[in-house]
Design a protein around this ligand. Structure first.
Ligand code: FAD
Ligand code: NAP
Length: 334
């Protein structure tokens, strides 16, 4: 049976008021109660974690399923590396800080990303030059249509830049209950991002130093959802063809460009929004953050319609000025 009735509130970091028809907090992979409820009401089941990458409506015509398992189990241990199984309900940042403290390395660039472990594979979370897919062996879950347990190996997850099969073919079908990851006992550091490099310039390059630098950089640069509601980057960085890039370079010679391969380059969505003069722009209860142009913030108790209207205004202005389409990163529920 649902853990709270009727119409539980669904927390989210944009602090949009939202009620679902039911909320199921699941400790294991047993989704039989949730499935029985879905069958009897004819409503869908939706997996959610902490709501840090979603734009929710006032009423979600669905039953929300949240995994609460916070377990950590050692699957394999060697002098070089360690494989762990992590319950989907553990907070991502807790996993990062626990592993770094125990001398298990790899996740330090991904410190302070909000949300739960179960959501990490969904958008293949990434920051400061590292992505979740570099560490994952397999993703365990349950098919919400059949109730059957299933494991996808890393190469079946179709990971891409801020994407995976859980955002496409298996969207709203596969409830992630645990992930298997491998971390290294041998310290190695990725400090390729200029901001990180600069922050670390006067100290030894250790994973612990990278962890501390990422925490301090993020604390300084990003609005904290606890005081300023937001869902992180609202748009993905656009990937553009060489042809579009050549045109843009003529009009915007100082634009940052990150080449991916011979044909495509990544642009900074934050830079485009800023250059289009949108930083600080307000629309009702939503605004483009003054601190970081890629983040849309709300006043709290905000309207989903204001957030979506502001997002559309940003997209239209950037398209008109640069001919580049910005794709929202958070999942928008209507
Ligand atoms: P939710 O927002 O609740 O859900 C997100 C999506 O995942 C939904 O589509 C949901 O259906 C699905 N989902 C959630 N749990 C499960 C599950 N158990 N099984 C199946 N599907 C599930 N993201 C980055 O990649 N890099 C960053 O650096 C980063 N920084 C951020 C900074 C801030 C301040 C904020 C607010 C967000 C940031 N994000 C970042 C986005 C967000 O934190 C991540 O995407 C995070 O993984 C979302 O976790 P969540 O538990 O809140 O998921
Ligand atoms: P930043 O360091 O100011 O860099 C701006 C943008 O340039 C970033 O979006 C980043 O792309 C790109 N970039 C910088 N150096 C790069 C390099 N050496 N190679 C390739 N791309 C490079 O970024 P920031 O806004 O302060 O964020 C820091 C990191 O945290 C970024 O990785 C960002 O993605 C991540 N972050 C993500 C979210 C989210 O919600 N998704 C929110 C906050 C921060 P990438 O974004 O592709 O890395």
């Amino acid at each position: 049976m649902p853990t709270s009735l009727p119409c539980p509130t669904i927390a989210n970091t944009l602090r949009l008021p939202c009620r679902a028809r039911a909320l199921f907090c699941i400790a294991s992979g047993d989704v039989s109660d949730a499935r029985a409820w879905a069958k009897s009401t004819g409503l869908p089941l939706l997996a959610l974690g902490e709501g840090s990458n979603v734009v929710l409506p006032p009423v979600l015509e669905a039953g929300v399923v949240r995994v609460t398992d916070k377990s950590m189990t050692i699957l394999r241990d060697s002098p070089r590396d360690v494989s762990l199984r992590i319950g989907a309900g553990l907070a991502w940042h807790d996993l990062v800080s626990l592993t770094v403290k125990q001398g298990l390395y790899g996740l330090e660039n991904l410190a302070l990303i909000p949300g739960l472990v179960g959501a990490a594979p969904v958008q293949n979370i990434g920051a400061y030059g590292r992505e979740f897919e570099e560490f994952v062996e397999g993703v365990h879950g349950v098919d919400l249509r059949t109730g059957r347990a299933q494991t996808l190996m890393a190469d079946e997850c179709e990971f891409s830049y801020r994407g995976s099969v859980f955002k496409t073919r298996l969207r709203d079908q596969f409830l992630i209950t645990a992930v298997d990851i491998t971390l290294s006992r041998v310290p190695s550091v990725n400090a390729s991002y200029p901001a990180l490099q600069e922050r670390l310039s006067d100290q030894a390059l250790t994973p612990e130093a990278v962890f501390d630098a990422v925490v301090s950089l993020r604390t300084e640069r990003l609005p904290n959802p606890a005081s300023t509601p937001n869902a992180g980057s609202f748009f993905k960085n656009p990937l553009v063809s060489q042809e579009i890039l050549n045109t843009l370079k003529r009009s915007e010679p100082d634009m940052p460009i990150y080449p991916l391969d011979n044909n495509r380059s990544k642009l900074s969505a934050a830079w485009l929004i800023d250059r289009a003069g949108l930083r600080g722009q307000v629309l009702g209860t939503a605004a483009v953050s003054k601190r970081h142009a890629l983040v849309l913030v709300t006043t709290g108790a905000a309207l989903q319609s204001d957030v979506l209207a502001l997002a559309e205004r940003v997209q239209a202005t950037v398209r008109q000025r640069f001919g580049v389409d910005l794709e929202p990163e958070p999942r928008i529920y209507v």
